[in-house]
Design a protein around this ligand. Structure first.
Ligand code: HAM
Length: 425
């Protein structure tokens, strides 16, 4: 039987690869414009990093990590998310001492052994930002605005922002006690796992896939499940005001559970129209204890991550006009297969000048080569034939202008370079 890609993984090519590259382009452009610099961290990390940060009762840690022992006996995980890695790198490279407040963005594959379904993959790709070293509510506002700016640039405009505050650690303890009280009378009806969650981390009961637990847990929540102290209430008000002043509509009446334990205060999710059950395209929030939990100083931090596959799905649900790319580059067509070697030399010279150039190596007919040039979107077609070479010339056609001229062989690379502006797009 033919070998196929693993379930929950995808191959990327053609139009999807083009749309993907456009998403990456907008991410890099807008993150840089907002003052975020790129960081790339390894795909494999010490398992302890995620065990210590994501929460031992979370689904990710309990069931979804691709975890293995390497030959040296090290406990290794394929990263399920980027925040913990970025904070580890921030501390490992002493950025808290050298730059203090750091604004970083990343792009790359993440891995979760979830049950695959539309929009839920085992290898998926996120871009995200992390602003580490500030407690200011303005950073929360900046991060949410940046998140929406990128989605808008990608054509994902029909979105809803769900906004909430989980309070500080003390607030979370009080809120957990309240939820336990509300659930206490139905505790015996919860599944075994949820009974454990009830004691250890009661909010994780909200993640249970078992319909009975789900009904009991969500039924116990009326109004906001989080009790906020004065300081957290003021922070949340400032975030809401900042978003309002900058024209961001949000819904702060929805109750939703983030699947990671490190959050404090602001949490948000951006849901996109037409995605079905997995409709969160982006999500994030504040994590004011993560730096400290990883051995660093007490520093506030906030960030978000978005799933690129879900963005492509959301684009598909509300089709964006596909721009036909501008013609660019050169196709060097060979009239006789015997001239492939000569043509290859020209191609090498052009490539050395940064000109994007294609040619055929298989002796296709001239007509087939011209068709290929058109399909590839080339702006110029150069034709190299015996007759032309005898006269020391190459014919150059401009497919946009529908014009044609003859260029001296020895000047060919230089003159094409000039016409294309040495352009390799
Ligand atoms: P998350 O909510 O787990 O948060 O993931 C963020 C986004 O990644 C989701 O909204 C979704 O678009 C995408 N995503 C997650 N799991 C999958 C999957 N199995 N298949 C496809 N897409 C998926 C985080 O990862 C946090 N690190 C976000 C953050 C950054 N919080 C603060 N800073």
């Amino acid at each position: 039987m033919a070998i196929q890609a693993l379930r929950g993984t995808t191959d990327l090519f053609g139009d999807d690869a083009r749309r993907w590259a456009a998403v990456e382009h907008h991410v890099k452009r807008l993150c840089r414009a907002h003052g975020y610099g790129e960081i790339r961290t390894p795909v494999i990390e010490d398992a302890a990093l995620f065990l210590r940060t994501l929460g031992e009762t979370t689904d990710i840690v309990q069931k979804e990590m691709f975890r293995f022992e390497d030959r040296g006996g090290h406990d290794i995980v394929l990263r399920p998310e980027g925040t913990a890695s970025v904070v580890r790198a921030y501390l490992e490279h002493n950025l808290h001492k050298t730059i203090g407040f750091a604004k970083l963005f990343y792009l790359g594959p993440m891995f979760r052994a979830e049950r695959p379904q539309a929009g839920r993959l085992r290898q998926f790709h996120q871009y995200g930002v992390e602003a580490i070293g500030s407690y200011s509510p303005w950073i929360d506002v900046e991060v949410i605005l940046l998140c929406l700016d990128i989605l808008n640039a990608c054509g994902v405009t029909e979105t809803t922002v769900w906004l909430s505050s989980m309070g500080c650690r003390e607030d979370q303890q009080r809120s957990a006690a309240q939820l336990r009280e509300r659930l206490a009378s139905q505790r015996a009806k919860l599944c075994q796992e949820c009974q454990k969650r009830f004691d250890k981390n009661v909010f994780r009961v909200l993640d249970c896939q078992n319909p009975s637990c789900h009904g009991i847990a969500w039924g116990a929540i009326t109004g906001s499940p989080f009790l906020l102290c004065g300081n957290c209430e003021a922070h949340f008000t400032a975030v809401r005001q900042g978003l309002g002043q900058n024209g961001v509509a949000f819904d702060d009446t929805q109750v939703f559970a983030r699947g990671l334990d490190y959050y404090t205060q602001t949490v948000f999710e951006v849901r996109a129209k037409g995605l079905g059950a997995q409709d969160a395209v982006a999500a994030g929030g504040r994590y004011n204890h993560l730096v400290e939990d990883l051995g660093g100083p007490a520093l506030g931090a906030v960030g978000f991550a978005a799933g690129i596959e879900r963005i492509l799905m959301a684009q598909g649900a509300v089709p964006a006009p596909v721009e036909r790319p501008k013609r660019h580059g050169v196709y060097l067509a060979v009239a006789q297969p015997a001239l492939i070697g000569r043509a290859f030399q020209q191609v090498t010279q052009l490539r050395a000048q940064g000109v994007q150039v294609l040619m055929d190596y298989d002796g296709k007919s001239l007509k087939a080569q011209l068709r290929e040039a058109d399909k590839a979107g080339c702006k110029f077609v150069a034709i190299l034939g015996e007759k032309e070479l005898e006269q020391g010339a190459i014919t150059l056609k401009d497919l946009d202008a529908q014009s044609q001229e003859t260029v001296a062989v020895e000047k060919f690379a230089e003159s094409v370079g000039k016409r294309t502006g040495h352009a390799c797009h």
